[in-house]
Design a protein around this ligand. Structure first.
Ligand SMILES: [Zn+2]
Length: 150
C-alpha cells in the first residue's frame, strides 16, 4: 500500500466529501493516527422526512483488516460543517477517535491544514475507490473522470 499526503485543505475537503473516501489523519506531535472512512448515503426522497442525505463517518478499528470499521457518526450533506454522533455511534464524545475527527474536520472546513497534522490517502479514488495511477490523480485523490463530479 502506498500512502499519499495531501498538501492543502481544499483537496482534503473534496476528498472527504467525495462519496467513498478512505484516509488517515496523523498527529505530527504524537504520531497518533486514525484511519476513517466517509461514505455518502443516497438522498432520501421518500415519505415526509425528505433529506439531502448524510455522510457516514466510520473508524478503521482493526489493525490489518480493511473491512473492520466502527460507525462513529454523520455529516449532514446540507450542513457539512457539522459532525455529530447518533444513537448508533460506537464511540462516545470523549473517545480519542471522535475528538480527533472533530478537530480535524473543524480545521479542514476552516480552510486550514496545520503543520501539526497530516492527512493521507491510500492511492484510491475518493469517489469510486479505484486505484489511482497518474500523478495528478494521486495529488487530488480522484481519478480523471471522478474529479469532474466533485
Ligand atoms: Zn473514481
Amino acid at each position: 500500500m502506498h500512502d499519499h499526503k495531501f498538501t492543502d485543505a481544499a483537496a482534503v475537503r473534496s476528498f472527504v466529501l467525495g462519496g467513498n473516501a478512505l484516509f488517515t489523519v496523523r498527529s505530527e506531535a504524537t504520531g497518533t493516527r486514525f484511519t476513517y472512512k466517509v461514505r455518502a448515503s443516497e438522498p432520501d426522497t421518500s415519505g415526509t422526512r425528505k433529506s439531502a442525505g448524510v455522510f457516514f463517518v466510520s473508524l478503521l478499528s482493526g489493525s490489518s483488516n480493511e473491512e473492520d470499521f466502527s460507525y462513529l457518526g454523520i455529516i449532514p450533506k446540507d450542513d457539512p460543517l457539522t459532525f455529530r454522533l447518533t444513537v448508533k455511534s460506537r464511540a462516545g464524545e470523549q473517545a480519542q477517535s471522535v475528538v480527533a475527527f472533530r478537530w480535524f474536520w473543524k480545521q479542514i472546513m476552516a480552510g486550514r491544514l496545520p503543520g501539526s497534522m497530516s492527512v493521507w490517502h491510500e492511492g484510491r479514488c475518493g469517489r469510486c475507490g479505484r486505484t489511482l495511477t497518474v500523478p495528478e490523480s494521486i495529488a487530488s485523490g480522484f481519478g480523471p473522470e471522478c474529479i469532474q463530479h466533485v
